[in-house]
Structure formats: C-alpha cells, structure tokens
Write a new protein. Structure first.
Ligand code: ATP
Length: 209
C-alpha cells in the first residue's frame, strides 16, 4: 500500500515526519511519498520557492525512515497543483494497488473547496490525521461521503484500491509551518520543531525573515 503525503512543506517539520511514520506503521503502508506542491490552488502561495522547499524536504528525509521518499511530479507540472491530477497520475503507474491520500483533518475539512474533490475517492483512500485545534467540520456532500465510506479498521484499506476514509489517531503535535515561519521571523529559534539540517538551511539562506 502506498501513501501520498501532500503538502506545501514551507518548511517540513516534525509534525509531518512523526505523523507520517505513525500512519505508515498504523495503517501498514509499504511506502510514503512526500509530494510537495508547486502552487497550492486553495491557499496563499508558499513563502519559500519550490526549489528551496524541495531542498528542505531532501535534508529532512536524508537517511530517514525506509520507505519514505520524495516525488516531484507536482513541482514538474505547470499550473495549480490539483491533487486529483496527482492521484490520477499515480493511479496510472500503480494499477490496482491500494493508494492512500494522507491528509490532516484541517485539509479534509476543506475538501469542498478542492478541485473535483469527489473524484479523490475514486482514485485513492483518504487517511485522515487528527490535528490539535481542529474538529471535524464536514459540510454539504462531504458529510455524506464520509458517513458512507468510513472504514473503522485500517486493514480494510488494503482490500480495495480506493474509496474508503479512515481516521488515525496520531500523536497530537501542535506544530505548524505557519508558527515556524512566525518564530523565525520574530528572531526566535525553531530548534526541535524541525530537523537540525533544515534549521541550519533556513538560517544560512535567511529564509522567513
Ligand atoms: P501551514 O501552517 O503553512 O498551513 P502546515 O504545517 O499545515 O503548513 P502543510 O505542508 O500545509 O503544513 O501540511 C501538509 C499536510 O500535513 C496537511 O494535510 C496537514 O493537515 C498535515 N499536517 C501538517 N502538520 C501536521 C501536524 N502537526 N499534525 C497532523 N497533520 C499535520
């Protein structure tokens, strides 16, 4: 089973890395591919440009958990980074193997604003990570989609290629890229919120000042 962990990673932090590991082990995934987006369609443009965000991901994942990798297909694609197109391209490559889109609850609450969001369920399972300060807020059709497709046990995901939604209890780490950028901007240290090589890179490039 393959997990797709999409994000802006502006910058990558331990909230991403620890939850990715817990999801991999908890849901029995063989691999997790981190997919940095070039241009998020439904939120403000990232502060660091794509090449810098990719470099920070590489630094964070160097020598990391086996099965973790980076996939640059959204960076290589022009236009807004629509997840439905990303999943469709993975699906073409992997045939009928189970595929999971891993997303925090804040992201899933926003699905109704995502381009062709209903089709996500035709391409992948959705694995939802609870996140501090965010409660489920499923509006419109999304509430019905969740109710009809909920899989209580992760084992159900490996039985079908796509179509279920599963909630995982990950360690609640109240770490966000927004807070890290604010911390750096205010002249304070982001140490222990992000991997040390990423911290040094941010300092050397004077990012988020
Ligand atoms: P920002 O503060 O800039 O919005 P972020 O910290 O939310 O950034 P993203 O790269 O936008 O990071 O997030 C990618 C994915 O990781 C999203 O699905 C998000 O919900 C999830 N995520 C990020 N941080 C955490 C965390 N601490 N716990 C659980 N999920 C997280």
């Amino acid at each position: 089973m393959i997990g797709i962990y999409g994000g802006t990673f502006d910058p990558i932090h331990y909230g991403h890395l620890r939850t990715a590991l817990e999801v991999k082990e908890g849901a029995g995934m063989d691999e997790i591919r981190f997919v940095p987006c070039r241009l998020p369609p439904h939120r403000a443009e990232p502060e660091a440009d794509p090449a810098l965000r990719l470099k920070m991901l590489e630094l964070a994942l160097h020598d990391a958990e086996p099965g973790f990798s980076i996939d640059t297909r959204e960076l290589d694609r022009q236009g807004p980074s629509y997840m439905v197109e990303t999943l469709a391209s993975f699906r073409t490559e992997i045939g009928n193997r189970p595929l999971c889109l891993i997303a925090g609850l804040d992201a899933v609450n926003g699905f109704p604003r995502w381009h062709r969001w209903r089709e996500l369920f035709e391409l992948a399972h959705i694995v939802v990570m609870r996140r501090p300060g965010t409660a489920p807020d499923f509006t419109g059709d999304l509430a019905q989609y969740v109710a009809e497709r909920s899989a209580e046990h992760a084992a159900a995901l490996s039985l079908r290629p796509h179509g279920s939604i599963h909630f995982v209890d990950v360690t609640q780490l109240d770490i966000s890229a927004t807070r890290i950028r604010e911390t750096v901007r205010s002249g304070k240290s982001a140490r222990y919120l992000i991997p040390e090589p990423v911290l040094r890179f941010i300092e050397s490039k004077r990012l988020y000042r």
